[in-house]
Design a binder for this molecule. Structure first.
Ligand code: HEC
Ligand code: HEC
Ligand code: HEC
Ligand code: HEC
Ligand code: HEC
Ligand code: HEC
Ligand code: HEC
Ligand code: HEC
Length: 461
């Protein structure tokens, strides 16, 4: 079945509008002032004579995007100011409307109503040239995954998402992956990029499109996006994926924040991102098992440890190295976000808002979620666990001995991996599976303890 790409994206109404595109500039924009909800401010669009045409105009062709967007808080950002009598405050308007203070931008409800709120042209730029020349590709609005787009507003002491994100590991795109993308490497584009590149994740995992190996050839490294805002957030719609959004909010998460898959030990399940929550779309096992000789398990197995599972070679799924178990931490109300995205509203200049977007663990969350009696108690429990796990990791490492005898081939181990016994292969796998999770047992204390005990046993026998 061959589908016209324009038709599939725009729908019938869009096609008609595309055909009318040339004349639309002349018939559009008829200003009939309408009273708003409380009847005080007349609405109208007589001021839409510049480069901005307003979000309503886009609805003609981009029907779904507009319908969905109109339900978001972005669409109602001016209503928020109106509700508190701040809709004439020039300090607030630049972030709550389209183009306030710019030529042709928002002025007021009476003359530029279609530029109220955070509209289409906030993120895609003034689009008159596009709507009047639909066929001209060179005039198509920009589509950008860059966090800089969101940073113009989502910054400062009331909503510091951008500054906090900038401190996080999610700003980082591994050099090897970036270089591979620019060189058209199949492995970087079809494999590593699925989790490390925002551009590839968005295209393949979000939209379900295929991507060519050479899609990034000729681009600049600085243009490649890591895990940016729009990778996790759908800019256009309420999704219902947040576990516990505050009153009236949604957070527009692309994937559900909480998922509770049953632990299983097959490779297919361990690598199946659809079983996991938003974070688990990338923070899941890449499927290496204990019989692997080249490399240790990847650093991304947090979701698997969290639910208490590890991939096993085919046929061994029902006899895992360590039996599955979950900890109470897998029932944290927002799962990963509970510990890694502690949020607090703005209180004062000395206690500004915390948005949780550094993704670093904040122990305040342990007490706030009602699970631990106090931050101090949580800190003490963590210190005890960490000391225990560090000790067990060190002990396994000591029992393993000289790396030349037991390591993976890529890490200085024997070239002939046939000299490494099964017991040592299993122990080194367990060692790295526990270590590379990075939480020092916190994601599932008893399960990780079992892994290291099993590794000790294997090496002492
Ligand atoms: C008369 C129909 C029409 C109107 C009105 C219209 N567009 Fe488009 N738009 C199109 C068509 C056709 C395309 C190209 C097909 C596609 O890629 O979906 C397009 C593409 C786009 C793209 C994607 C560009 C890309 O490179 O992928 C964006 C973003 C966009 N339009 C934004 C807007 C905005 C914002 C408005 C309102 C200010 C608007 N459009 C109004 C028809 C329209
Ligand atoms: C022009 C300023 C501006 C830009 C640019 C902007 N936002 Fe916003 N955003 C806002 C405002 C204002 C609100 C709150 C609106 C309200 O509550 O009335 C908001 C709210 C949100 C919310 C909360 C939605 C909810 O239902 O809880 C999310 C998520 C969000 N923005 C994400 C983004 C992302 C991602 C980008 C970039 C792709 C972005 N924003 C760009 C101003 C902006
Ligand atoms: C730098 C851009 C910017 C400016 C200037 C700005 N806002 Fe906002 N405002 C935002 C963003 C972004 C959000 C969404 C915050 C979030 O969801 O965390 C927001 C959200 C809000 C909310 C919803 C409640 C909340 O805090 O999430 C209110 C109310 C609000 N702003 C009022 C105002 C008022 C009043 C002014 C002027 C005194 C103002 N804003 C100026 C960007 C701005
Ligand atoms: C808060 C910023 C923001 C707002 C507001 C916004 N967009 Fe977008 N838009 C984006 C980002 C980021 C992308 C790229 C990511 C994606 O496709 O989801 C995008 C992608 C698009 C695309 C290309 C989709 C594709 O599949 O290639 C179109 C078309 C589009 N937007 C139209 C609109 C229209 C129409 C509106 C208003 C009804 C709108 N956008 C409002 C940020 C925004
Ligand atoms: C299933 C998703 C996924 C795939 C596929 C993936 N990674 Fe990763 N990778 C991650 C995540 C998530 C982290 C971060 C884990 C952490 O910070 O603890 C990571 C961390 C890393 C690190 C830093 C840890 C270290 O070893 O020092 C490197 C380097 C890396 N990946 C390279 C690659 C390369 C190269 C590929 C392709 C051959 C690849 N990754 C494929 C998800 C993935
Ligand atoms: C790795 C995924 C991820 C990335 C990247 C990300 N967010 Fe979020 N964001 C979330 C999650 C998850 C929540 C909900 C947290 C919760 O449940 O407490 C959230 C909440 C929010 C909220 C609503 C709560 C609040 O803080 O007021 C806003 C606004 C927001 N993000 C904006 C942004 C912006 C802007 C960026 C880029 C600078 C960004 N996010 C990057 C995952 C992400
Ligand atoms: C689209 C893929 C993706 C998603 C979704 C994602 N991450 Fe990541 N995350 C990564 C990658 C890739 C890295 C490693 C980046 C690097 O070091 O190159 C990483 C790194 C991290 C780190 C280590 C940060 C550091 O400073 O070293 C933490 C913690 C983390 N992520 C938590 C989360 C949480 C919590 C969520 C869900 C709210 C989440 N991630 C969602 C891909 C993702
Ligand atoms: C009960 C609290 C808790 C929950 C829930 C939780 N984590 Fe963690 N996580 C931690 C702690 C504590 C650390 C160790 C942090 C440190 O050393 O600063 C950690 C470490 C990490 C790291 C390694 C960070 C680094 O710097 O290398 C990543 C990645 C990570 N977690 C991702 C996740 C993901 C994905 C989830 C959900 C599947 C999750 N976490 C759930 C507490 C938690």
């Amino acid at each position: 079945m061959s589908r016209n790409p324009v038709e599939s994206k725009l729908g019938l109404r869009g096609i008609v509008a595309v055909m009318l595109g040339l004349t639309w500039g002349m018939i559009g924009g008829c200003p009939v002032p309408q009273p708003d909800g409380d009847g005080t401010t007349p609405k109208g669009n007589s001021g839409l004579t510049g480069k901005f045409v307003g979000s309503a105009r886009c609805s003609l062709c981009h029907v779904n995007a507009h319908t969905n967007w109109s339900q978001t808080l972005h669409a109602g950002a001016l209503d928020t100011l109106e509700a508190m009598g701040q809709d004439k405050n020039p300090v607030c308007l630049p972030c709550h409307t389209v183009g306030f203070g710019q030529a042709g931008g928002f002025v007021d409800r009476a003359t530029t109503d279609d530029l109220a709120g955070v509209g289409c042209e906030t993120c895609h730029g003034a689009a008159r040239d596009h709507v009047e020349n639909i066929e001209d590709r060179s005039l198509r609005p920009t589509v950008s995954l860059s966090s800089a787009l969101c940073a113009t507003c989502h910054q400062g002491e009331h909503h510091p998402q951008s500054e906090e994100w900038a401190e996080s590991g999610h700003t980082h795109l591994q050099d090897a992956v970036a270089d591979g993308m620019l060189a058209g490497s199949t492995s970087s584009v079809q494999n590593c990029g699925l989790c490390h590149s925002g551009d590839i994740f968005n295209e393949v995992q979000v939209k379900g499109e295929a991507i060519a190996d050479n899609a990034f050839v000729g681009r600049q490294k600085a243009d490649l996006n890591p895990i940016t805002c729009a990778v996790c957030h759908d800019p256009h719609r309420r999704t219902g994926n947040a576990a516990a959004p505050d009153e009236g909010r949604d957070f527009q998460l692309r994937f559900r924040e909480v998922a509770t898959p049953r632990a299983t030990n097959s490779i297919a399940a361990a690598t199946d991102r659809t079983r996991f929550n938003l974070c688990g779309q990338c923070h899941h096992s890449r499927g290496r098992v204990w019989t692997e000789t080249g490399r240790a398990p990847h650093h991304s197995n947090q979701s698997n440890i969290y639910v208490g599972e590890m991939p096993m070679p085919a046929g061994q799924e029902n006899a895992p190295l360590v039996f599955s178990r979950v900890s109470v931490h897998s029932f944290a109300p927002e799962q990963c976000a509970t510990c890694h995205m502690f949020r607090q509203d703005f209180q004062s200049e000395v206690a500004p808002a915390i948005s949780g977007h550094t993704f670093a663990v904040n122990l305040a969350s342990c007490a706030q979620s009602g699970c631990h009696p106090s931050v101090g108690q949580a800190r003490a429990v963590q210190a005890t666990l960490r000391a225990e796990i560090d000790g067990r990791l060190a002990n396994v490492r000591r029992l393993l001995g000289e790396p030349a005898a037991w390591e993976y081939s890529s890490a200085g181990g024997p070239e002939d991996q046939g000299t490494v016994s099964d017991a040592v292969k299993q122990a080194r796998f367990l060692y790295y599976y526990a270590l590379n999770d990075g939480s020092k047992g916190m994601h599932n204390p008893a399960y990780v303890r079992d892994m290291l005990l099993k590794a000790e046993q294997l090496l002492q026998n």
